[in-house]
Every structure is written in C-alpha cells, then in structure tokens.
Design a protein around this ligand. Sequence first.
Ligand code: ZN
Length: 504
Amino acid sequence: MPTSPDNAYDELVAIRTELSVLNSCAGVLGWDERTNMPKGAADIRSQQLALLSGMIHEKFTSPHMGELISTAENGDFMKDADSEKAAIMREIRREYDKSVKLPKELVEELARVTSLAQGVWAEARAKKDFAMFLPKLKEVINLKHRQAEAYGYQTEPYDALIDDYEPYATVKSISEVFAKLRASLVPLVHAIADSKRRPNMKIVENDFPVDLQEKFGKAASAAIGYDFDSGRLDVTTHPFCSGIAPGDVRITTRYNPRHFGEAFFGIMHESGHAIYEQGLPAEKFGTPLQEAVSLGIHESQSRMWENLVGRSRAFWTHFYPKAQATFSSFKGVAFDDFYFAINNVEPSFIRVEADEVTYNLHILIRFEIERDLFAGKIKAEELPGLWNAKYKEYLGIVPKNDAEGCLQDIHWSAGLFGYFATYALGNLYASQFFAKAKEEMPDLDKKFAAGDFSDLKNWLRKNIHSYGKRYSAEQLVKRITGKPLSHEPMMSYLKTKFGELYGL
Ligand code: ZN
C-alpha cells in the first residue's frame, strides 16, 4: 500500500535514528580500541566494526530507503526550503545518493589498497624513500579518480573529493580564499623569521609532572564549558575527540612530562570539538540536525578554543597564576615571557608541530599539490620536488629528506585526498566567527580574564551548535557574519597579535 509523504518521513527518521544508535555502538568500540583495548582483541575488534558498518551501509542503501526518500520528497513540508524538515530531507538525500553511487567493488578495493598503502607508507617514511611509496600512491590516486567519477562533479574531479569532508565547498571557492591568504601570510612569516626577538623556550620545556598536567588541563577544559558529566578525558597516542552520542562525548590526549604545551593545548583543542558535539541538539538525535556541519566547521570550534582563546593574554590573565601555583617550573617566570613562549612562531617542516601562524602554509602547500594532481597538471613522480620548492618559497626552508617532506602525513596513503583543506578552512572560519563574537560582545576579554567563558560558549551554542547541519558552512558564515568567508579576519588577528610580539 503506498504510504503518504508524512508517514514516509516519519519512517525515514525512525530508521535513521536506529542507524545512529548502531553508529554510536561503533563509536564506543572505536574509542575503546584507541584507549584501553588489549592487543589481543585487535582481530575480533576489526570484525565487530566491519559487521556494524556493513549492517549500517546495507540498511541505509536499501531500495526501501530510496523509495521512502522519494515519497517524502513529495511532502508539503518540502515547499518551505528553509524549514527544518526540508533541511533534513536535503541532507538525507545527499547521503543516500553518495552512498549508492559508489559500487561495492570500488569501496572494497579502496579499503584493500589503502590498508596496504598505509603499511608501505610507514616503511617508506622510516627509510625516507619516496620511490618506495610511489607505486602504491599511484594506485590510490587512480582509485580516488574512479571515486570522483562515480560521485560525479560540476567542474573538476577534486570537487567531488573535497565534498566528502567539506560538503558543498568547491575547488574554485577554496582556491580564491587560499590564494589571498597566501599572498598576505607569506610576507608575515618572513617578517617574523627576520625579527631579532625570540622567546625563551626553556620556559615551557621543563618539568611538568603528568598528574598535575592532567589536573590543570581538566580544570581549564571544564572552565571553558566541556561537561565532564557527559564526557571524559583519557590517554592515547594520537589524540582525538569522539562524539559517540548525546550524553557521551569523549576526549583524549597524550602527556609529555618535559613539555607544558603539548597536552595542554591538545586538551583545549579536543575540548573545543567536544563542546561543539555537546551543543548539538540532543532532541534531534538521528537526524542531520544533530550532526556537525563539516570538518572545517568542527575544526573552527577546536581552533577557536585552542588558539584564539587558549593562547590569548586574557585567558592567561586568569590561568597563569593558577599555572604558577600548580607547576614549580613556572615560579619566577614573568607573565610576558610565558605568553611569548606559548606563542612562538618558527617555520618548521612538520605540520602537526607547527604554530598558529605557519600552520596554514603547511595546509596551502598540500591543497595546491592535491588540486593540481587531480587536475592532471602534475604527476605523482613530481611530488617531492614540488613539495620542497613550495616549502622553500612559502616557509623559507627545504626539507632534508622526504620523511620530513612529502612522506610526513598518513593522509595520502589512507586515501584522504580533499581532507587537508578543512584544517585551514577551520582557522579561517574560527577567526571570522570570533571577530563577530567580539564585535557583539566587546567585554569578552574582560570576562575571560575573570575566568568566565560562558558568553562565548553560549554565543556558539546559539549561532552554530544548535543548528546541526541545517545550513551549509558557507551559509552559516554568511548568516553569522553577514559576509562570505574571507582571509581578512584571520590576517588582521595574526598581524596584530604577532606584530606586537615580534616588534613588526
Ligand atoms: Zn581537530
């Protein structure tokens, strides 16, 4: 019996909610795998996760799902394109189309080849030998081309790949913003490199007992708004935040007993991700309106708390006396010297260790290379040479070998082409949002200095978190700030802050 659009919609949401619960089970297993799981459980864990993802995929891509979507799309509620229901349907349609477009054979081949490629990449990196990785890299690139063709695209294949991580963004729109960013950022990085001023890094490279770091990090995380009643902090090798479900958003970190910042700013970063996840509307669980907009928007939340707040004078006006009371290494260290040390800028080879200013250049290099690779303008063989030339031009340094050059990141071996851009987009979104928040709440710094972070958290809740995927990243930026995404808010922030520190 044919069902009505309203009934089809209700059934769709019910099925998707069930799938979200299944997904949350996979989330708990995944979190456990990276924190507590005994080594011996690796085999059964991969079977458990494969079974769950197979069940989810099968149910979501079934012909019945397709019929429900088509029927629901005829509903009267679709007439108002701005309504919540229309947004839910838009996102479910998008997910469904993407899932059914990929042939099963291609999905399996991608899983098989990227799994092998990651092994080869790890060995090639250890041996600093790009040639060893090249054949597998070419295989991955070929498969990603096939994936792009299967998805389809408007202008170029790389659009289709970016869309997996930053929905609705295009190579063209990102390239335009990144080109302006590069033109403005490169001279700033060179000016800082030429400055005679340097912080004393021994201040943060000293003894910081792990138990005290944990206590201090947790206190800061709770102060900015991470709710430990719905979360927890554990130790892992590669820190992450896992938004398992409403009421269960967990973060992880790793401690270096000889460095203050590694764990602390890592905890601030993951707390930013977690505050976003905790702010998604629980009552909409199972629909896209309880899910994050994009990786870029997610990263804007982590970067805002880590850098724009966590490395600011106002934040440390409140926290530095507490840090001094906690860590004997900070006794007698002046505030300004500490502040300079946590804001050190130095061109370096390794992206994950880069500072707030140079980090974006690491991303621009990867984005430009990927874009030209998928446009057929460059060949995989040329990667090391192009990589090194760009490092020389943008950062003024040349990697000694491919391990500190184009072999440093796992992404390409894992098939994550299109992913890197979201890191820099996150920084750009963060700066544009933060500038607007400060404009609307001029006493934000005063509040931070008094240890009150609730105004910013509530502003993010109201303007970003509460909507889930209702608006695309592009729409969200325009709605909140009244302008399209621009490099200007970030550049003006960086120039002011680092101009003062480095006497530019
Ligand atoms: Zn992040």
